[in-house]
Design a protein around this ligand. Structure first.
Ligand code: F0G
Length: 364
């Protein structure tokens, strides 16, 4: 069964039914839940795990949703798929649409889309529209285009099929932890689809009697792109939208998250929190994951760890609680950010000089 080879389609009984259609799959999902012993010890946590979504086919969690949504799009004979994206959704739709033989058009922020993601969309053969402005502007353009021409099929995360695929992360986490959820799940929040999808997954498991309790959801935003975290801090029920969002974590550089009502509900229902972190904390967390645990993530994903550190420091998360941080995208997505991580590079003009440098390093 092809379905059994995909971590997502393994749960086909809990996914939207499409009879007679073969899934458009690249073997997504079934990503490792890695224990972070060294970072856990540093933070004083007994059980800390990372769900490494960078190991998906195009390097981010987006593939979970895209396999379902593109399968549906193919089934209803959509002509052209279109998304607004900060880069990862674009890369993912480009790959899955290629596999389905469908046209793909992506609208991304000009100069603010990480190089690896842009390069993926180029290689997978998408038509790429680069827009001056943020993701929010890109999404507005996509919605207007879709209204004018119904042959365009939009695959942003208001598309329910995407969230259906993304909810499988919750199933995998509960399975990997022996059939119960952790106490906390920490997720970076941009357009706010993923945190909503993961919460839906846990609630379903609970409703079916497969787990006996629910985790608390923590959503992390970047300080200058934090419509939900800022509202949360003030005890408001609605986001404080940001018109010019900024952050080094370009994946979550979003000021008007469309899925905010679902995300707000997820955090409230789960007795969770929203928090925010600075770019500096994000970049520090990215280097820590790479250097202490061997896991390369892009900046937006490192926001999970940075947010966790804040929540532990603030006493929101206690030392004896089990925590899963979701690492949403691979480090190679943003090579420039990787190169900024305090490089230890030496230039040798000759083999002899290289030997000298190496011996010096061995000495130190
Ligand atoms: N982490 C990464 C690496 C992302 O690419 C995104 C979103 C998020 C976290 C936040 O997830 O939007 O569901 O709250 N990226 C979208 C994109 C916006 O276009 O690739 P969210």
């Amino acid at each position: 069964w092809e379905q059994r080879k995909s971590g997502v389609w393994r749960y086909w009984e809990l996914l939207p039914a499409i009879s007679g259609v073969k899934p458009v799959t690249l073997g997504e999902g079934a990503t490792p839940l890695v224990e972070l012993e060294r970072i856990g010890r540093m933070l004083g946590l007994k059980r800390l795990y990372a769900k490494n979504e960078g190991q998906n086919p195009t390097g981010s969690f987006k593939d979970r949703g895209m396999t379902v949504a593109v399968t549906l799009a193919k089934a209803i004979k959509a002509r052209a798929l279109i998304v607004a994206s900060t880069g990862n959704t674009a890369a993912s739709v480009s790959a899955y649409a290629a596999r389905a033989g469908l046209r793909r058009i992506v609208v991304v922020p000009r100069r603010k889309t990480a190089l690896g993601k842009l390069a993926q969309s180029v290689l997978y053969g998408a038509d790429i529209v680069e827009i001056e402005g943020s993701f929010d502007a890109a999404l507005k353009a996509v919605m207007t285009a879709v209204e004018e021409d119904p042959r365009l099929y939009p695959l942003n995360s208001f598309n329910p099929w995407r969230l259906e695929g993304q909810k499988t992360l919750a199933y995998e986490v509960a399975e990997a932890l022996g059939g119960e959820p952790p106490d906390w799940v920490v997720v970076p929040v941009g357009n706010a689809g993923n945190i909503s999808a993961i919460w839906k997954g846990f609630k379903e498991l609970y409703r079916y009697g497969l787990i006996t309790r629910l985790p608390r959801m923590a959503g992390v935003q970047a300080e200058r792109a934090a419509p939900l975290a800022r509202a949360w801090q003030k005890g408001l029920d609605e986001p404080l939208f940001v018109d010019k969002p900024e952050t080094r974590a370009t994946a979550i550089r979003i000021g008007h998250p469309v899925n905010w009502p679902k995300a707000m509900k997820a955090v409230k229902e789960s007795n969770g929190v929203f928090t925010m972190v600075s770019d500096e904390e994000i970049m520090k967390a990215q280097a820590m994951l790479a250097r202490l645990e061997g896991i390369a993530v892009e900046p937006a994903s490192a926001a999970s760890l940075a947010g966790l550190a804040r929540l532990v420091e603030d006493g929101v998360i206690a030392p004896d609680e089990t925590v899963v941080i979701v690492l949403t995208g691979h480090g190679l997505k943003d090579p420039q950010a990787m190169l900024e991580a305090g490089a230890r590079r030496y230039i040798a003009g000759s083999p002899e000089e290289a030997v000298k440098i190496v011996l010096g390093l061995a000495e130190s």
